[in-house]
Design a protein around this ligand. Structure first.
Ligand SMILES: Nc1ncnc2c1ncn2[C@@H]1O[C@H](COP(=O)(O)OP(=O)(O)O)[C@@H](O)[C@H]1O
Ligand SMILES: [Mg+2]
Length: 296
């Protein structure tokens, strides 16, 4: 499924003294099969944008037959400006992992929690054994030991394990598009690495498209096909990392970080060494090793 957003704007508490413009005329497309990054300063509109993609927040809706406004939002064949769009059917195919998703774990066992995610979106009443099969597969792909954790309370898992159990409850329906809002936030370095490795695995074998809101520029540079940069509710850039991180000065001016590779390229440039790489560490090192000219 392809995502097409055109002229999306969103105001919280519209028509009150507390009105906040969170999105301001956002236009962007995410192709099927992308590993799409969303970056930007706190408050730039990232969460507001991704919450539109599974219908949690809506653009202005129109009655059928009425002329549409400027806003357009299509997720595959689902028209989010149409009041009658079946949001349950959409959410079966577009999974959303919120920030700190473990805060929504509630069942007595990990099994029940993940099973809830499955039954909640099942098209019809599941057949015998179907739920267990799906739950087992989801728990295993997120890297937890099914036999060990299935009967455990989710609250007895470690922080990183809780996060992965919560992700299992979303991916259990095998959504075609998986959206994660800062999935590694608050985890220790090992937990962060595990979550990013999990996203790669899901992208390869489970969900066609992955959209991730992240502050970790190294992960963005290593994994994403393209990146959207939000600033004050607007989209500043939508570029592949190899092009985006050529704008190091502009990103730093927006208060954003850049990958380590971009910092190294910049430091070398100041010393007269021009390295033209795609900002993955592998490519950076290859280019440095192949470097012949300039001042070393
Ligand atoms: N529920 C809400 N009510 C009022 N304002 C909100 C709400 N959620 C977000 N905002 C405001 O909307 C803007 C965009 O927020 P958000 O989409 O959460 O940004 P980000 O995810 O990039 O940090 C910010 O100014 C924020 O304060
Ligand atoms: Mg946010």
């Amino acid at each position: 499924m392809r995502i097409v957003a055109e002229h999306l704007s969103y105001i919280y508490n519209a028509k009150t003294p507390f009105a906040t413009t969170a999105l301001d005329d956002v236009t962007l497309t995410v192709e099927e099969g992308e590993f799409f990054g969303v970056i930007g300063h706190t408050g730039s509109g990232k969460s507001t944008f991704v919450q539109h993609l599974n219908g949690l927040l809506r653009p202005p809706v129109r009655k059928r037959g009425k002329k549409r406004g400027p806003a357009k939002l299509m997720v595959g064949e689902f028209d989010l400006t149409d009041k009658k769009t079946d949001l349950r059917a959409l959410r079966r195919r577009v999974g959303m992992v919120f920030q700190y998703p473990e805060s929504q774990l509630f069942a007595e066992t990990v099994f029940d929690d993940v099973a809830f995610g499955y039954k909640n979106f099942a098209e019809k009443k599941p057949e015998a054994g179907e739920v267990e099969r799906a739950v087992k597969e989801a728990i295993e792909i997120v890297g937890l030991d099914y036999e060990r954790v299935k009967g455990m309370s989710p609250f007895d898992l470690s922080g990183g394990q809780k996060r992965r159990a919560a992700i299992a409850g979303v991916i259990v329906t095998k959504p075609e598009i998986l959206i994660l809002d800062e999935p590694a936030a608050g985890l220790d370095p090992l937990g962060k690495r595990e979550v990013m490795a999990l996203l790669n695995k899901l992208k390869q074998s489970w969900c066609k498209t992955v959209i991730v809101v992240s502050h970790d520029m190294d992960e963005i540079a290593e994994n994403c096909t393209r990146v959207a940069v939000f600033s004050e509710g607007k989209v500043k850039y939508v570029l592949p990392p190899a092009e985006l991180f050529q704008h190091t000065e502009e990103l730093l001016a927006l208060g954003l970080d850049v990958p380590l590779t971009a910092k190294l390229v910049r430091a070398l440039k100041e010393r007269g060494v021009a390295i033209d790489c795609n900002y993955t560490m592998e490519d950076f090192i290859a280019k440095v090793l192949a470097y012949k000219g300039g001042v070393c």
